[in-house]
Design a protein around this ligand. Structure first.
Ligand SMILES: [Zn+2]
Length: 385
């Protein structure tokens, strides 16, 4: 077997081991430890553990510390709270937790980059391989940025890839400007007073207010707008399941989404104003909370150009996403904002590959080596200049 076959076998085994050990956001202890072991064997110059929780970063410097830009590459440690179907030999050993977003594959790709850097160190500057915790809940990047030890690693350039089913295998999807939408969860709690269901007039039920707020949220934005602005009501609850009680409280959860941070902030203001107006009208108390906030992932033009150049050198197709930008959110937006230049790109996983977060999804191992080569070349191109 050649060196490439050896590496592919090693990385595929690692990916399957990571898949078996799927851990949820913020609990990626075993995963981080497995990756620490693999990275250590590649003899990086620095290893930083426990960044923003379970985050891990390894640094490879150019020989004799030849000055040059620092390039950071990011993958994610966490899996999803989902059950795995099918009979994969490497099925998750942790019931109700599974790598259904392919973060196991992204980690295997960074492991491959570490192997390459062990043999061929950076041309100048340094390459930092980052495994971030808690991407799925939108808290990991924020926690990293709040960690002084992570701040000390601040690079000039940062890149991340995400595998994308539904696109031809090995095609590259990227664009300048907004790449993935920003989103925020809003929880609206309306408080009235319970009473006997036979005497609803003795209490203060939030039933009509709840219905009005749900309708108002669904119609909050004009669907014909050119730019993306979307409100999805994801959950609603009125009182308890008891036929004898007129309800005293209600709860509505909605996700707000936009392709501009400014529009996302406007949606928050409008959703809050709507809720306040309705609550006042019915003389009910109101609480509003926001959670899982992801800013828009903005791609820097120079970073996108570096990706496109490498794709052209490798004869890979580059497409602009047909949605502009992707409607899903990523907390990588915080990191592209942080570094001088940053961009994210999609790596097509195959037109018929099962969808992300679906029960029968599994990372396409044929993306591992191309992923390694693309990321390695992006670093070399930037550090050769
Ligand atoms: Zn993901």
């Amino acid at each position: 077997m050649g060196e490439t076959d050896d590496l592919l076998e090693q990385l595929t085994d690692l990916r399957h081991s990571l898949h078996r050990e799927a851990e949820l956001s913020g609990h990626e202890v075993e995963t981080a430890s497995m990756m620490h072991k693999y990275f250590s064997a590649c003899h990086p110059d620095e290893i930083h553990e426990g960044l923003g929780g379970n985050g891990l970063a390894v640094v490879f410097h150019a020989p004799e510390r030849k000055p040059g830009p620092a390039v950071m590459l990011r993958a994610e440690l966490d899996a999803l709270p989902l059950f795995e179907t099918g009979d994969l030999p490497w099925t998750s050993q942790n019931l109700g937790r599974a790598h259904k977003c392919g973060h196991d594959g992204h980690m295997a790709i960074l492991a491959g980059v570490a192997r390459r850097l062990q043999t061929y160190p950076p041309l100048s500057g340094s390459v930092i391989l980052l495994l971030q915790p808690a991407e799925e809940t939108g808290t990991g990047a924020l926690a990293l940025l709040a960690d002084a030890r992570f701040q000390a690693l601040k690079p000039q350039w940062i890149f991340a890839l995400h595998n994308l089913p539904g696109y031809p295998a090995w095609s590259i999807l990227t664009r300048e400007g907004a790449f993935a939408a920003g989103s925020v969860g809003v929880r609206i709690i309306i408080n009235g007073t319970t009473s006997h269901a036979a005497y609803p007039e003795q209490g203060k039920s939030p039933d009509l207010a709840m219905a009005e707020i749900v309708t108002g949220l669904v119609n909050l934005v004009n669907p014909d707008n050119d730019s993306l602005a979307l409100v999805t009501v994801v959950h609603a609850r009125l009182g308890e399941q008891a036929f004898g009680i007129s309800p005293g409280d209600a709860e509505i959860l909605a996700t707000l989404r936009a392709d501009q941070n400014k529009v996302l902030q406007e949606l928050k203001i409008r959703a809050a104003a709507l809720s306040k107006k309705v609550a006042q009208q019915y003389d009910l108390a109101l609480e509003i909370e926001y959670c899982e906030e992801f800013p828009v992932t903005m791609n820097d033009p120079a970073a996108v150009q570096a990706i496109c150049q490498v794709a052209a050198d490798l004869d890979l197709d580059v497409e602009s996403p047909d949605e502009s930008p992707f409607r899903w959110s990523e907390d990588f937006g915080l990191l592209t904002e942080w570094a001088t230049h940053g961009a994210m790109f999609g790596l097509g996983a195959g037109l018929d590959h099962p969808v992300l977060h679906g029960p029968n999804y599994d990372f396409n191992d044929e993306l591992i080596l191309p992923g390694v080569t693309i990321l390695e070349r992006i670093c070399r191109q930037i550090q050769a200049e």
